[in-house]
Write a protein that binds this ligand. Structure first.
Ligand code: GTR
Length: 325
């Protein structure tokens, strides 16, 4: 009898502890425009696992992939308002909101992926990260977004002249609109989720993105001419609502920061593999890839820099980026 009640007591205690743990868990909602399995989604998943483990289950991350919580511009407003806690989004839609984000979004600002990583991991990256606080966000990590290039349904692009008069969807940023204009083509900013049908119905001739997006959003099905002009290398941003961040203890903030940092290494590995996989997949499915000489594209970007790099702070950032070896 004694034995039984001890056992029952222990069971009750265990159940109470479990209930306690469960009720004390804060679930943080995170948005991503990409589908499950995409490197950014997997990186945030990994971040969530680390956070859960290191906070002994007090925090967990629930990801809403495939734009379930809305298109990027909407989710940016939601995370600023604290409606959602976390968001993985490109840096380009922040351009109108945070001037510092325009610098890494500029065409041909980075010489290579390696250069981009060094910059984002260094002092300029820190400066850009800090600038998110002004709009109610904490920048947890910069992820790789690879190089963006033009693709279209009409013809192979081998030179700037080939772009003349064509109509491209661009990501929602004025820099992109002006960049396309500087190349003699027309830009239509629109949400990512609308691009496939806009190309299919001929509203636009094409769009611009990296291989993993071109592949997973199925744009390759409707725009088989991909031109490797690699005009931008905009990093991805993983942000947290400042209001959610401020609820964390300093110890938990350190856990979140460390987990985010570790997720960057994971994302970069997954990213490199995904670029290769997506490129092979679209080529096998019939995409035609051309490699135009980049210099004339670079030479055409003067007006974009003149218009978007006006104040001394941004000018200094551009110079600092160029100086990174
Ligand atoms: C992708 C990026 C997305 C989204 C998309 C777009 O490369 O990862 O976050 O910004 O481009 O063009 O809308």
């Amino acid at each position: 009898m004694l034995h039984f009640s001890r056992l029952a007591g222990a069971t009750l205690l265990a159940a109470a502890l479990m209930a306690g743990t469960a009720s004390a868990q804060t679930v943080l909602r995170s948005a991503d425009t990409h589908p499950d399995g995409y490197p950014t989604v997997e990186a945030v998943k990994y971040f969530g696992e680390l956070v859960k483990e290191r906070t002994a289950g007090r925090y967990a991350v629930e990801i809403y992939p495939s734009a379930q919580l809305g298109e990027e511009k909407d989710t940016i407003e939601q995370v600023r308002a604290g409606v959602i806690d976390l968001n993985r989004v490109s840096m380009a839609p922040f351009n109108g909101l945070i001037p510092e984000t325009t610098v890494p979004s500029l065409p041909y600002i980075f010489r290579s992926e390696d250069h981009m990583r060094k910059v984002m991991d260094g002092a300029v990256g820190d400066q850009i990260a800090a600038s998110f606080e002004r709009v109610g966000l904490v920048l947890l990590a910069f992820y790789d977004g690879g190089a963006r290039s033009f693709y279209n349904s009409k013809k192979p692009i081998n030179s700037v002249a080939d772009l003349a008069g064509m109509k491209f969807r661009v990501i929602q940023s004025d820099i992109f609109v002006d960049m396309v204009a500087a190349l003699g083509a027309n830009a239509t900013p629109m949400p990512y989720g609308e691009v496939y049908s806009a190309i299919e119905t001929g509203v636009i001739d094409g769009a611009e993105n990296n291989f993993p997006s071109y592949d997973t959003a199925k744009h390759a099905e409707v725009a088989r001419f991909y031109s490797l002009d690699e005009h931008t290398m905009v990093p991805e941003a993983f942000v947290m609502a400042k209001s959610s961040w401020d609820k964390l203890t300093p110890e938990d903030q350190a856990i979140f920061k460390a987990a985010a940092k570790e997720s960057v290494a994971r994302q970069r590995e997954l990213w490199a593999a995904k670029v290769k996989e997506s490129r092979a997949k679209v080529e096998a499915a019939g995409s035609q890839i051309t490699t135009p000489d980049k210099q004339p594209f670079i030479d055409a970007m003067g007006p974009v820099y003149e218009k978007h790099v006006k104040d001394d702070k941004l000018k200094a950032m551009v110079e600092a980026i160029k100086a990174v070896q």
